[in-house]
Ligand binder design. Structure first.
Ligand code: T1G
Length: 602
């Protein structure tokens, strides 16, 4: 049997048709892949020699979902549901062999197959909610039929993944292959199914788990969704789809799902969330980095300074599985930090001589030039092979690097806050900082499960500099007598986490009512203007990087993209007019891009 197209192969082996997908990097369901799958299934189903069909993926993972770039842009020739109908109605057993991350449309394809074998270590999930969507390929109808209503609601609204053993326990997969060769295991599984004469069971025919849900289950799901995903539309749409599933008519449920999916896909929230998905990955792409640069492996790290920042950094390194030595000359501070951190892999040191074997040492001493230059000069001697990182929040990394004989291996690592809720690591590149040092820092960010964002040198870099502007706006409103509760309400309604701008009233100040719109303008417009300055000064590589600092660092609602995304949405000329109405000068980048009809986020 010939290859179907560049991404789909069809071969026949002992009466079993092997359909192999190969669409790197994650076998996303592109239109070409879906069309190829359709043609392969039509051929395999129509071939009398084929007694069973095995669906496999090459590369690192089974289908990880629809091709997000193509959603709403490019469609396959054959509708996804028609393809699913072919698979489900094949009239001969169809088996999916799962590995890697079987997500979204990938899991939906797997659920239309009759049997599923998963390599141990496989992760499965329907994370569409994270993109402001819902599983638009039957997932809201098939999942409840396998795991029941309550479990389906939890998985769909949270978007979380389950591992292979969890999937086995709830019936999402039929067997786990704890072997290196999944293909071989899958082929023998198919042969066993044929030998036993097992029928082609369809998930859509399962009904025993969808009859039991009462209204309370859905109400609880709505309350949970409002708490966890305040302001987002997708969770509510998902719950409506699962309610349709509970009514038992599969095709009617699919009709509800298709309508709800399209509404979300056409809506602003999903556009912003899909933007944020790619923006997060784009942030790790550093312009001008040598393409062949190799990051250095960081297996042993050191932290100089056992204060709150140093301890937080040490804890983050340890949580990433990196053995860490924490130094402080103050024995009491060191022992208190050690007790607070209390993680395996931590070594406490009373002198910096213990850093000799470290790949990376982060200084976290007082944020003053003299203290930082002194410790870097000392580390230059005691950690000869290490990358030296300063945790400064505002100092000039070039000036600090000059305290060492190797400025190429000095970089800024600004942990916006060592709290786990904050996922941003600002990577501050000095003029002399080498490509290897930058690449190493971004690899470290990923290992720390943080979003690495490159920043140029300037007070407050990206995050704190723009947050300071926002705080000044809040304080000014408070000083004018605006109620703090009003400010927090407007911010929370916009989508910020409640109480993010916990403000205090000025005793005795006359209260002044300001409209919600005016309060929102006072919160957002100066911040957007500062972001445009940061962009224009080259402190941030691109607008979406600033958005990632705010979405992952300061709780800007991801379903609103970020301050730069928001500025482009409302229009730069409107932003300029608002900036001026607040008595501020528009950033040159704002003026320039508005005049050129360009977007700040391009
Ligand atoms: N579409 C397009 N590109 C994707 C993609 C996708 N679904 N997933 C990943 N990529 C790209 C990504 O941009 C990056 O590109 C590269 O692959 C590696 O990704 C009908 C409508 C699979 C767990 O939401 O969660 O199915 O930067 O850096 O850390 O109901 O990618 O190299 O150019 O993230 O190893 C549902 C999204 C879609 C899964 C791998 N599926 N992806 O993580 O690598 S909607 C998802 C992920 C859907 C159906 C609905 C992760 C991953 P580049 P990466 P990773």
């Amino acid at each position: 049997m010939p290859a179907i197209n560049e991404v789909v192969d069809l071969t026949l082996e002992d009466g079993v048709a092997l359909i192999t997908l190969d669409n790197p990097p994650v076998n996303a369901l592109s239109p070409k892949l879906m069309d190829g799958m359709h043609d392969a299934f039509v051929q395999a189903i129509g071939d009398p020699e084929v007694r069973a069909i095995l669906l496999l993926c090459a590369g690192r993972t089974f289908i990880a979902g629809a091709d997000i770039k193509a959603l709403g842009v490019e469609s396959p020739k054959v509708d996804f549901f028609e393809l699913q109908g072919k698979i489900e109605g094949a009239g001969k057993p169809v088996v999916a062999a799962l590995h890697g991350t079987c997500l979204g449309g990938g899991l939906e394809v797997a659920l239309t197959c009759h049997y599923r074998i998963a390599a141990s270590g496989t992760k499965l999930g329907l994370p569409e909610v994270n993109l402001g969507l819902l599983p638009g390929g039957g997932g809201t109808q098939r999942l409840p039929r396998i795991v029941g209503i309550a479990a389906a609601l939890d998985l769909l609204v949270s978007g979380r993944q389950v591992d292979a053993s969890g999937a086995l326990s709830v019936g999402l997969v039929d067997v786990i292959a704890d072997v290196a060769d999944l293909t071989a295991a899958a082929k023998s599984y198919v042969r066993a199914l044929l030998a036993e004469g097992r029928p082609a069971k369809r998930v859509r025919d399962l009904t025993d788990k969808i009859g039991d849900a009462d209204a309370a289950v859905f109400e609880a799901a709505r309350a949970q969704a409002e708490k966890l995903r305040h302001g987002e539309e997708a969770p509510r749409a998902i719950i409506r789809c699962v309610e349709a599933a509970a009514r038992g008519d599969f095709d009617a449920g699919i009709a509800v799902e298709r309508a709800e999916f399209q509404k979300l896909l056409d809506g602003p929230q999903s556009a912003a969330l899909r933007y944020a998905f790619f923006a997060e990955r784009q942030a790790a792409k550093v312009a001008g980095l040598a393409p062949d640069v190799q990051p250095r492996a960081v297996t042993r790290a050191g932290v100089a300074g056992a204060g709150p920042i140093g301890s937080g950094i040490a804890a983050a390194l340890l949580d990433a599985g990196i053995e860490t030595t924490l130094f402080d000359a103050d024995a009491v501070a060191l022992s208190d930090a050690g007790a607070a951190i209390d993680r395996p892999g931590l070594t406490l040191a009373g002198s910096p001589d213990h850093f000799a074997a470290c790949d990376l040492v982060v200084e976290a001493v007082a944020d003053a030039p003299e203290a930082k230059q002194a410790i870097l000069a000392e580390l230059d001697q005691t950690a000869p092979g290490a990358l030296l990182a300063t945790s400064t929040t505002h100092l000039d990394v070039d000036a600090l690097a000059r305290a060492t004989a190797r400025p190429g291996r000095v970089i800024g690592l600004h942990f916006l806050s060592s709290g786990s809720a904050n996922r941003v690591l600002e990577i501050v590149r000095g003029k002399a900082t080498s490509d290897e040092a930058v690449a190493t820092a971004f690899t470290l960010a990923r290992k720390l499960k943080r979003v690495g964002v490159l920043s140029g040198i300037g007070p407050g870099f990206i995050g704190q500099r723009s947050m300071r502007v926002l705080k000044r706006s809040v304080d000014a409103m408070i000083g004018e007598g605006v109620e703090p509760e009003a400010i927090n309400r407007v911010a929370t309604e916009f989508g910020f986490a409640a109480g993010l701008f916990v403000a205090r009233a000025v005793p005795g100040a006359m209260t002044q009512a300001l409209s919600d719109d005016k309060i929102l303008d006072r919160l957002l417009i100066p911040l957007i203007n500062e972001a445009a300055h940061i962009l224009g000064e080259g402190i941030a590589q691109r607008g979406s990087d600033i958005d990632m600092v705010w979405v992952h660092g300061y709780g800007w609602p991801a379903w609103r993209g970020g301050p730069i995304y928001h500025a482009d949405l409302i229009g730069l000329s409107v932003v300029i007019q608002k900036v001026r109405s607040l008595g501020l000068n528009p950033a040159p980048r704002l003026i320039e891009y508005a005049a050129a009809g360009r977007k700040l986020g391009e």
